[in-house]
Design a protein around this ligand. Structure first.
Ligand SMILES: Cc1ncc(COP(=O)(O)O)c(C=O)c1O
Length: 467
């Protein structure tokens, strides 16, 4: 039976733990996993009525499943959206949101700074169906104005963007898009609904890869599309029902359990990310650091107006290009080399050779992705250990000392070579040579990052559109 939560507004942490839960007749505590592909009917008449839509009954897990419904309702409550549909991956969510809405002859305007596969859908797939696409620099409102002076059907953007953490002004672009006749689709993966709620700034549709912070423990893939009920029921649902990108109930169940700790995990990750950004900015091996809440981020003001904290990702550039970036990544002892993000394990990515390899060198140059660029997804390890790890890997970039030629002193001939006794275990000379690495206590982050409690207090009132 559906648990009736109180009618008064509840806070995000409560939605994350309780939202959407439906209890079966067995009164289980945890959300039940309905691992079933289909459902049965009391009678042929009930089956007919279900297909006619005159009776509400689950039919088939490609169309809907109770465990999946619980996650859809939880995410809709968290986002403040009227409706949600889930997909097997984040890319299936982006694909479904775009292809369900668009038709031949339509026009799309997108920010250039998109995740590689989203960029491919817009630049390569849509034109195959006669859908024209135009890219703009997402941070440049004049480019948006120029592109949206011509009628358009859909705007796609990502803020903060992957991997350069560029911001797009959600309210201004939504206004321009609506005036041009376009719906605004926002990929909110980097911010999560705890840090940024694009619907409050005028966006229409939000897409997520649930694979990232929502699962948060590197286990399963998933995607979500959220928006108005009419659009979800009439535009999106027929598309997903008939094309079949359905989320597995098992994955939905894992993500439901992942969400229960998102409000505890994310503030800790954001605090560590801010401290790491400040640490990296002090290092001579690092050419530049990008973190949305740091004073040197070119769009810090916009980031603070739209987001509750700076996020769990830090992007930086090591001096010395690809060679230095690879040496740095290979020297990491705790942080893993991976192309994923939002995990409890810290992960380092070299976008130019992985996530953004296929967008091409010219487009990467426009995006500011250099061969020395590294994207760091900060996890839940102790931040002092992470800083030690990064510090040691940066130390390893120091050029090897040039050997100086010395004239060897004359050697006194010795009759018998001395025999050195094996050192006692535990003595100074038995110890392995230590890597020169300085343990660095994390400084209080210069980028303002709320404490856990402050963060929880901000969440219900995350930045909103002012008008
Ligand atoms: C910003 C962004 N959008 C979409 C996706 C696609 O998500 P998925 O891998 O779950 O398909 C990713 C994946 O890295 C991403 O970073």
């Amino acid at each position: 039976m559906a648990k009736r939560l109180p009618d008064r507004p509840l806070r995000p942490a409560t939605h994350l733990v309780r939202g959407g839960q439906m209890r079966s007749g067995f009164d289980e505590t945890a959300e039940a996993l309905f691992l079933t592909s289909g459902f049965v009917y009391d009678s042929a008449e009930q089956a007919e009525a279900t297909f006619l839509g005159t009776e509400q009954h689950y039919q088939y897990s490609r169309f809907g499943n109770p465990t999946v419904t619980m996650l859809e309702d939880r995410l809709a409550l968290l986002e403040g959206a009227e409706a949600c549909r889930l997909t097997a991956t984040g890319m299936a969510a982006v694909h479904a949101a775009l292809l369900s809405h668009l038709k031949t002859g339509d026009r799309v305007v997108a920010s250039r700074a998109l995740f590689g596969s989203c960029h491919w859908i817009v630049s390569t797939l849509l034109p195959r169906y006669g859908i024209r696409a135009e890219f703009v620099d997402g941070g440049d409102l004049d480019q948006w104005k120029a592109a949206l002076a011509t009628p358009a059907n859909l705007v796609l953007l990502e803020t903060p963007s992957n991997p350069m953490l560029d911001m797009v002004d959600l309210a201004a672009v939504s206004d321009l898009a609506h005036a041009a006749g376009a719906v605004v689709v926002v990929d909110n993966v980097f911010a999560t609904p705890l840090l940024q709620k694009p619907l409050q700034f005028g966006a229409d549709v939000i897409v997520y890869s649930l694979t990232k912070h929502m699962d948060g423990q590197g286990r399963v893939l998933g995607g979500a599309v959220l928006g108005r009920k009419k659009w979800v029921d009439e535009v999106l649902q027929p598309f997903v029902r008939n094309t079949g990108p359905a989320l597995s109930p098992f994955n939905a169940w894992i993500i439901l359990k992942g969400l229960e700790t998102l409000h505890l995990r994310l503030p800790a990750m954001c605090r560590s990310a801010a401290a790491i950004a400040d640490f990296l900015a002090e290092r001579s091996e690092v050419a530049r650091v990008l973190y949305p809440f740091r004073a040197d981020h070119p769009q810090q003001g916009l980031a603070k107006a739209q987001m509750a904290a700076g996020g769990s990702l830090v992007t930086f550039e090591v001096k010395g290009g690809k060679d230095a970036a690879f040496r740095f990544m290979n020297a990491l002892g705790i942080v893993d080399v991976s192309n994923n993000l939002g995990d409890s394990k810290s992960l380092a990515t070299h976008p130019a050779t992985t996530t953004h390899m296929r967008v091409g060198a010219e487009e990467r140059a426009k995006l500011g992705i250099t061969d020395g660029t590294i994207r760091l997804s900060v996890g839940l390890e102790d931040v002092a250990d992470l800083i030690d790890d990064l510090s040691a890997a940066l130390d390893s970039l120091a050029p090897a000392p040039v050997p100086t030629r010395r004239v060897a002193p004359p050697v006194e001939p010795i009759e018998e070579p001395p025999v050195l006794a094996a050192p006692e275990p535990g003595t100074e000379s038995a110890a392995k040579p230590k890597r020169s690495r300085t343990r660095t206590e994390p400084k209080a982050p210069a980028a303002e990052t709320p404490s856990l409690l402050e963060f929880a207090a901000i969440l219900p009132d995350a930045p909103r559109r002012k008008h």
